[in-house]
Design a protein around this ligand. Structure first.
Ligand code: CUA
Length: 346
């Protein structure tokens, strides 16, 4: 593993690392340039305009619009260049790109618990493949933590009661530091670990090496049964007394208030822990809360299960001979919006 050429800069091992560094060097360069310029001019003027006799009276200085415009416009342009460039890098990091694979992270005083979609679990270690985009879905069981991988130039708060994301694509194999970067109690400084970046083939071996463990989706399916979710949402989330869950993630949901929202991770979490908060149109407030009955890891497993179930049958209504004539089914009905209830039996 080759070290960085400047020792006080960590390894650069992700696609974002170079971009963050370039911006940082630009900021440092601008700061250094103006520090030297200001102090240079200051020292020069102190010498040049020093008082030469005790009776000397300085000449009065009239203002200069040209000069004032210049020293307003130039710093403005420099500040805007930092802003625009910084925003670009920020948005690239903040937006999750397409085609990522997910890894679940739960922070806890004082360890990092990692769960891969194939069922592998790790503590204070994170194995990832080089050259693939990885998205972390993170939450905390207790205090606020912060998941920090300096070599990836990546740091995101991990909060109780919420999911936060970060993504990266490692560019170099090796072992890198993992820190908690938010003071979270007595052993905060020991809440450290390592990120192991492996060759993709080596990583796939590692992932298949421990296949006895349940995948989060399968563990979630078992929870879905044992917690009794099936009695309202169906064994495969096909809906009934509760809204349909198959294929729900990422879709738009219409609530009984008429409001529409995207079914994302935050919505899922709230719907399990505080089901009365947002009720899907057409359903009553009958779901009990599961607050205190599921751990953070189990919530992630339930979510993995719901993400994994797809609509099995693409055409919802069994082909009835009377409907065969209408070529476009969307024109036939009077309802303008797609109904959340699929099981239509006239
Ligand atoms: Cu967790 Cu500091």
């Amino acid at each position: 593993m080759d070290r960085s050429w400047i020792k006080f800069i960590p390894d650069a091992a992700s696609t974002m690392a170079g971009k963050v560094d370039a911006l940082y060097f630009y900021l440092s360069g601008v700061t250094l340039f103006f520090t030297l310029l200001i102090f240079g001019v200051l020292i020069f003027f102190v010498i040049k305009y020093r008082r030469r006799s005790p009776f000397e009276i300085p000449r009065p200085v009239a203002g200069s619009h040209k000069l004032e415009t210049l020293w307003t416009v130039i710093p403005f342009l420099i500040a805007m260049s930092i802003f625009v460039w910084g925003a670009q890098v920020y948005f690239e990091q903040a937006r999750n790109p397409a085609g990522t694979s997910e890894i679940y992270i739960v922070g806890k005083q004082w360890m990092w618990k990692v769960q891969h979609t194939t069922g592998q679990r790790e503590i204070n270690e994170l194995h990832v493949p080089v050259g693939r985009k990885i998205r972390l879905v993170m939450t905390s069981e207790d205090a606020i933590h912060s998941f920090y991988i300096p070599a990836f130039r990546l740091k995101t708060d991990v909060l109780p009661g919420r999911y936060t994301n970060e993504w990266f694509e490692a560019t170099k194999t090796g072992t890198y530091h993992l820190f908690c970067a938010e003071y979270c109690g007595m052993n905060h400084s020991r809440m450290i670990g390592s990120v192991v970046v492996m060759d993709p083939s080596e990583f796939d071996d590692w992932m298949s090496g421990n296949a006895s463990q349940l995948t989060p989706a399968v563990a979630g399916q078992q929870l879905f049964q044992s917690l009794g979710c099936v009695s309202c949402h169906g064994a495969n989330g096909e809906g009934g007394r509760g809204p349909e869950l198959a294929g729900l993630f990422g879709k738009q949901v219409v609530l009984n208030t008429g409001q529409t929202l995207k079914a994302d991770e935050a919505y899922f979490r709230e719907s399990v822990l505080n089901p009365q908060a947002k009720i899907v149109a057409g359903f009553g407030p009958i779901m009990p809360t599961f607050q205190g009955q599921v751990t953070e890891e189990q919530l992630l497993q339930l979510m993995a299960f719901i993400k994994s179930i797809r609509v099995v049958n693409p055409q919802p209504s069994t082909a009835s001979p009377s409907a065969a004539g209408s070529a476009s089914p969307s024109r036939g009905g009077a309802s303008p919006a797609p109904s959340p209830v699929r099981t239509a039996s006239p």
